[in-house]
Design a protein around this ligand. Sequence first.
Ligand SMILES: N[C@@H](CCC(=O)N[C@@H](CS)C(=O)NCC(=O)O)C(=O)O
Length: 247
Amino acid sequence: MSEGMNEQSAKMFQSIHQQQETVTMALDLYVFNMCPHCQRVRVALNALGLPCQLHPLDPANKPPAFSSLSPLGTVPVLRVDDQATLLDSLAINEYLNERGDGVLLPADMLARGVLRGWTGFASDIQGDMAKLLAAETEQALTSVVAAMAKKLRVLEGLIDQGILPAAPHPLTLLDAVMAPLFLRWRVIQDHLPIIDPGTMPHLHAWQSWLVTEPAVVQSVDGDFPALFLRFIDQRSGGALAARLDEE
Ligand SMILES: N[C@@H](CCC(=O)N[C@@H](CS)C(=O)NCC(=O)O)C(=O)O
């Protein structure tokens, strides 16, 4: 390599190095306190041990400047190093896993693909959970529970076949998606059982273990069962609140 090239490379390195020095290395996460998608991200941050500044927002009173960060007005929103903004909990968690030490996905490429596929499937169950909250009639409630149970039986079968790991296991991006669901189902289970230990033993074991994992416990603030019950009372379509009021 010529003397000139060395000098050029040295200058380029110096310039990149200077640019890096001026970049603020920080993560800022904008959240609503009862948002399950935000909780997914908080589980991943905790599991990876990544420091992050949380910015809780009131969904009914978003600051006007928030629309420039989140054009759809949704959370979670991750501001990265004051350089870029990431939306969507699954995309954010993929990024965080790469920024951290990558332990939330299997090392094997094929196993990673399998886990990502089922993480997307599990993410759809959150849509059923939203319908459960929105249900206005007992009939609607029953039909959402049936739709969720169908998906949960698929996950039960996958664990039984060894395609997904039985609990306990090293935390994954799939756990980050299941944790908010498991926590919420546990609050309502005495009135509306979602996971039947008899027919879904793997899911029952998964739920019992995951809700006690420190990364999950620390992903919610305050008295979560009380906050969730209040949320149901104030925000649900009515059928779930009525079920919880039954003896
Ligand atoms: N696909 C998005 C969905 C995010 C989402 O739906 N967030 C809800 C809160 S859980 C939201 O911001 N809704 C807008 C609002 O409540 O104003 C993700 O996974 O991050």
